[in-house]
Design a protein around this ligand. Structure first.
Ligand SMILES: Cc1cc2nc3c(=O)[nH]c(=O)nc-3n(C[C@H](O)[C@H](O)[C@H](O)COP(=O)(O)OP(=O)(O)OC[C@H]3O[C@@H](n4cnc5c(N)ncnc54)[C@H](O)[C@@H]3O)c2cc1C
Length: 305
């Protein structure tokens, strides 16, 4: 996996994948010989939000790339996207009904969905499963979970887990030094009231940051610390221009509300804008949104270089 699969954890990873995908299309268009079996096949390992969003988005993006005159590539026949998931359904963290709706939509788009499929090895031109099956692929993307950076392992003797996260108490204090706190993706924090740890999500990192701000003040004042309790407000998964699915949790909606289609899309876009506003403020985001609305009509949708 480390040798042959691409990751999507940073902007550079995303750029690398973009360049490989565009180059693969250009190469296929330019070559005089027939396509090799693995050529223009993309295998995405992991059908969580990242894998599913990427599969739907690739359906649209590859068609746009080919539309720039790569007419010897037939997107329906030549380009194949497969999603390979070890669990028995896509989006295992969401309710089964949304998993089913998402799998149906992906299949309608021509994406091959393989569930109950545990990847054992990635080679230069294929993905091998534990049960002996193989899928040929020119590009393999790892979207089956993130790992904290290697430098955290053995950092000043602090306790870490299998994926290099610093193990913390519910107060966000590391287990071996109460003056060192950790939050977000790099922290393995118990999920109070549920099994396991708080999931590595933006909403958890955001909540922990707000919580920690108060905790550090308390610590400096010598007051007792409060435990962090994760509040899951739900998840939204964008299937590009085709649909959006998700669920909203918590007191606001009185439990677990499943949402799909235009309403879910609106929520997804609003949430994204809220993140932008939190980082850049209202004036900058308003101007940026207006600028994008104007330039969208004149700029190419996919960069070819
Ligand atoms: C492709 C993808 C899609 C995602 N989609 C969603 C989603 O839809 N919804 C959701 O809730 N979550 C999503 N997540 C998860 C979400 O991005 C993370 O949970 C969240 O960003 C965690 O925040 P953080 O501050 O802990 O870490 P990060 O946001 O990763 O921030 C850590 C920062 O530290 C910097 N850094 C790293 N090492 C060093 C160093 N040695 N010195 C200095 N700086 C360093 C990094 O460059 C980075 O900027 C997604 C993640 C990925 C990879």
């Amino acid at each position: 996996m480390r040798e042959h699969a691409l990751r999507l954890e940073s902007k550079d990873d995303a750029r690398r994948f973009h360049a490989r995908m565009v180059n693969a299309c250009i190469r296929a268009h330019a070559q005089a010989t027939p396509l090799r079996p693995e050529q223009l096949h993309v295998a995405i390992i992991g059908a969580g939000a990242t894998g599913v969003e990427l599969a739907a988005e690739l359906h649209r993006t590859t068609r746009q790339v080919v539309a720039y005159g790569l007419d010897r590539v037939d997107p329906d026949k030549d380009i194949k996207v497969s999603v390979i998931e070890a669990a028995d359904r896509v989006l295992p963290a969401l309710p089964p009904r949304l998993s089913q709706a998402t799998a149906d939509l992906l299949r309608q788009l021509g994406v091959d969905v393989h569930t109950g499929a545990k990847v054992a090895e990635v080679r230069s031109d294929r993905v091998c499963l534990a049960d002996g099956r193989m899928f040929v692929a020119e590009l393999v993307v790892w979207a089956a979970g993130v790992k904290a950076p290697d430098f955290l392992e053995d950092l000043a003797g602090l306790e870490t887990n299998r994926i290099n996260q610093l193990v913390v108490h519910p107060t966000l204090q590391t287990t071996r030094d109460e003056n060192i706190f950790a939050l977000g993706d790099c922290a393995a924090c118990p999920w109070l009231g549920a099994n396991g740890n708080v999931p590595p999500r933006a909403q958890a990192a955001h909540q922990q940051a707000s919580h920690l701000f108060g905790q550090i003040r308390k610590r400096l004042a010598g007051k007792p610390l409060r435990e962090y309790r994760y509040r899951d407000f739900g998840s939204l998964v964008s299937l590009g221009e085709f649909s959006t699915v998700g669920n909203m949790m918590g007191g606001l909606v009185g439990g677990n509300l499943m949402i799909e289609g235009r309403f879910a899309r609106l929520m997804y876009v609003s949430l994204y804008k809220m993140h932008e506003v939190a980082l850049h403020g209202v004036p900058k985001v308003t101007l940026d949104t207006l600028a994008r609305m104007l330039t969208r009509r004149t700029e190419p949708h996919v960069k070819l270089h």
